[in-house]
Design a protein around this ligand. Structure first.
Ligand SMILES: Nc1nc2c(c(=O)[nH]1)N[C@H]1C(S)=C(S)[C@@H](COP(=O)(O)O)O[C@H]1N2
Ligand SMILES: [Mo]
Length: 225
């Protein structure tokens, strides 16, 4: 599909089939506004090369066990006090309700999505990270991982999320919990999360070893490695 067709599709505000998927595009005004708006940090609301869609699209991946009863999250690695949390214990920690945008490398962005969960920074602080810890490896079902620097992973908008749009996260989107790293391309947001592992060295994850960018900043269009 040419860029011109893509833009015409955007202008129509319709369903658009592009890059192997169908998306419910956000209406014209939303797209126009998002292109004009600036974020609190001064960056444009919509990163370059992205178009807004209306609701989260399941992008696949190999699902984990969706059972809340069996759920365990391990916080471990380069920490003095590793621990495990079950789902009930996760809910007892301070909860954050957050509205944010997410950006997929396939060029869709979902604006104003709602999430509830626990800050990754809080979960990590509780494990007493060693000074040698510099990277966070999000560990998910069936060996999926994503790597994020400790600095990026402990930003206040990075969550272990268990609800989206005021409902439990659907299985296709990562139930019982997923990582949410809104300001990096969405592949960093590991679904079916089972662990947060701190590491002294960087460990490129599932997509990072397959040619995607190690850092994945949407505003720099860090798509490829
Ligand atoms: N465990 C796991 N997490 C994953 C993936 C995956 O394949 N497995 N895919 C990633 C990719 S490439 C994207 S774009 C987002 C998609 O999230 P969604 O399906 O909720 O839209 O999840 C990310 N998290
Ligand atoms: Mo993706």
């Amino acid at each position: 599909m040419s860029r011109r067709d893509l833009l015409q599709g955007l202008a129509a505000g319709s369903l658009l089939s592009v890059l192997g998927g169908t998306y419910a595009l956000a209406d014209d005004d939303t797209a126009r506004r998002a292109r004009a708006e600036k974020r609190a940090d001064g960056r444009p609301r919509l990163p370059p090369g992205q178009f807004p869609i209306q609701y989260l699209r399941p992008m696949g991946g190999r699902e984990g066990d969706p059972s809340y009863g069996k759920f365990k999250l391990r916080v471990h690695g380069e920490v003095a006090a590793p621990y495990e949390l079950d789902f009930a214990s996760l809910l007892k920690l301070p909860q954050v309700d957050q509205t944010c945008d997410v950006h997929c490398v396939t060029r869709w962005s979902l604006l104003d999505s709602h999430w509830r969960g626990v800050r990754v920074a809080d979960l990590i602080a509780r494990a007493a990270p060693k000074p040698s810890a510099r990277f966070v490896i999000f560990e998910a079902a069936l060996g999926y991982t994503s790597n994020v620097s400790l600095t990026d992973a402990t930003k206040p908008n990075v969550l272990v999320a268990h609800q989206t749009e005021k409902r439990p996260i659907p299985i296709a989107h990562g139930a019982p919990v997923r990582a949410l790293v809104p300001d990096l391309y969405f592949w960093k947001s590991a679904k079916w999360l089972t662990g947060i592992r701190l590491s002294s060295r960087d460990e490129p994850g599932y997509w990072e070893v397959r040619g995607y960018s190690n850092h994945a900043d949407p505003w720099k269009e860090e798509r490829d490695g």
